[in-house]
Design a protein around this ligand. Structure first.
Ligand SMILES: Nc1ncnc2c1ncn2[C@@H]1O[C@H](COP(=O)(O)OP(=O)(O)OP(=O)(O)O)[C@@H](O)[C@H]1O
Length: 257
């Protein structure tokens, strides 16, 4: 459903490439985590896929269509929820807002927003304003907004980087349940190696200077995910070590400038 082919990118003002020859395929319904040392180009890759940056070379296809602009069947959840929600709109109106572009009437938009808020456990807060909610709740609203839109592809850039550890775990489980219920395809950038293994079907590791794919590790964990027992599994511990080693090697081989 997503195919990135031979993608390279250099920012205009920089002499060197940020990304080089990235090849990446994501199947429909997959959840792929992307990790790598700081500055390796994870966000740049996500922004090129979102059509926000035109790559220097290479191609991105979403459902077979070449991405040249921001595709309308895609949603993005960023780390900074406080800037992504509109403070003067109620929670429900924030979630319903992007649906205006979907050609839905007001009643249908409201119903879809309420359904999405229910899915993230925030029905009771529909009439509140974002600034009346905790950080974790605001990020739930951002996730509800993305799922109400029913995108073919959901991009998440460090979505839980600004919440406390307990909330982070709750949001990881929320994303897993949303994915299971809606068969969404998700690409999630994270600094957190444990998180990449816990939520991902695959973990793609980027090296840096330039950013290249240096690892693509399948995650096959038995049973239903549980924050305590899953992380104790020998398979989990092994994967975490394997990916941690790759990230560390990449960081040490090319220290940040
Ligand atoms: N708009 C921009 N213009 C110029 N250079 C940029 C721009 N955005 C990012 N860069 C540079 O590109 C490189 C990759 O940045 P990017 O944010 O994609 O990496 P990252 O892996 O997401 O980093 P982090 O893990 O620290 O968030 C960095 O050296 C960064 O300084």
């Amino acid at each position: 459903m997503l195919e990135v082919k031979n993608l390279s990118h250099a920012y205009a003002e920089a002499a060197t490439k940020v990304l080089e020859n990235i090849d990446l395929k994501v199947d429909s319904g997959e959840l792929v985590s992307i990790v790598g040392p700081s500055g390796c180009g994870k966000s740049t890759l996500l922004r090129t896929i979102a059509g926000l940056i035109r790559p220097t070379s290479g191609q991105i296809r979403l459902g077979g269509t070449l991405v040249q602009d921001v595709p309308d069947n895609l949603a993005v959840v960023f780390q900074d929820y406080s800037r992504s929600l509109l403070p003067w709109m109620s929670v429900r109106d924030n979630v319903a807002f992007p649906l205006r572009g979907r050609g839905m009437d007001r009643k249908a938009r409201r119903a879809a927003a309420e359904e999405a808020l229910d899915a993230v456990g925030l029905s009771y807060a529909a009439r509140k304003y974002p600034w009346q909610l905790s950080g974790g709740m605001q990020q739930r609203v951002a996730i509800a907004r993305a799922i109400a839109y029913r995108p073919a592809l959901l991009l998440m850039d460090e979505p839980f980087g600004s919440v406390d550890a307990q909330t982070r775990e709750e949001l990881e489980d929320l994303v897993l349940s949303v994915r299971a219920n809606q068969e969404m395809t998700i690409l999630l950038v994270t600094h957190d190696i444990d998180e990449s293994v816990y939520v991902g079907d695959r973990v793609v590791v980027l090296g840096r200077h330039p950013g290249r794919v240096i690892g693509d590790v399948a995650v096959a964990l038995p049973g239903n995910h549980d924050q305590i027992t899953t992380r104790e599994l020998p398979e989990f511990v092994h994967l975490r070590a394997e990916i941690g080693r790759l990230v560390r090697q990449a960081a040490e081989a090319n220290p940040a400038a």
